[in-house]
Design a protein around this ligand. Structure first.
Ligand code: PRP
Ligand code: URA
Length: 209
């Protein structure tokens, strides 16, 4: 069974409170999504393997450690996941970025795929999928499935808010994928929105409502 990590870092929780506020402007919402992604990236990469290297300082040789292991890719689920890419790339400037385009059919809540573009060596990379919202879990479950179909072996899912329903769906479909969230909310409403949540993440990032 996958692990669910809920980040209780004070900076993340403080920014999340402003993010949830219905009066927060599009500009501030966008900035906060990016900042929270950056802080979550810091925590979610805590287990990256390191290797010993020697570096010549102006004074002597220092024994240092640099990141080892497989290269990484960040994969946002369009649209709302795009808001988290800047924060991830700020922390990991050399990371490659793939894109999965999915939207939820408003009636069935089933994910509909419209785009899939990955770096050519994606099967040799570990992947962190980013999407602010894990609601029914349909979009995240499908995105993981598409990545496994092209040969990706190690995947993490990073969302800002998760619903218990989405966590359960992910754990049942992909028990090998660890889930990272800033908050686990109470439930989904009859329209599949997370309660209390923050509303429609894509609309609030891009100002489309
Ligand atoms: C939102 C969100 C997730 C999905 C979560 O995207 O960004 O991708 O819903 O819901 P689920 O867990 O029930 O699948 P949406 O479909 O609204 O598309 P958008 O990002 O283009 O606005
Ligand atoms: N997608 C969103 O943007 N918000 C929700 O609460 C659920 C799905």
């Amino acid at each position: 069974m996958s692990n669910v990590h809920v980040f209780d870092h004070p900076l993340i929780q403080h920014k999340l409170s402003i993010l949830r506020d219905k009066n927060t402007s599009v500009k501030e919402f966008r900035e906060l999504i990016s900042e929270i992604a950056m802080l979550m990236c810091f925590e979610a990469t805590r287990d990256l393997p390191l290797k010993e290297v020697e570096v010549e300082t102006p004074v002597a040789v220092a024994k240092c450690r640099t990141i080892a292991g497989k290269k990484l890719a960040v994969v946002p689920i369009l649209r709302a996941g795009l808001g988290m890419v800047d924060g991830m790339v700020t922390m990991m400037p050399n990371v490659k970025v793939g894109h999965v385009g999915l939207f939820r059919d408003p009636d069935t809540l089933e994910p509909v795929k419209y785009y899939f573009k990955m770096p050519p060596d994606i099967s040799e990379r570990d992947v962190i999928i980013v999407d602010p919202m894990l609601a029914t879990g349909g979009s995240a479950v499908a995105a993981v499935q598409f990545l496994k179909e092209v040969g990706v072996k190690h995947i993490k899912l990073m969302c800002i808010i998760g619903a218990p329903e989405g966590v359960k769906a992910m754990q049942e479909a992909h028990p090998d994928v660890d889930i990272y969230v800033a908050a686990l909310d109470d439930h989904l409403n009859e329209h599949g929105y997370i309660v209390p949540g923050l509303g429609d993440a894509g609309d609030r990032i891009f100002g489309t409502k």
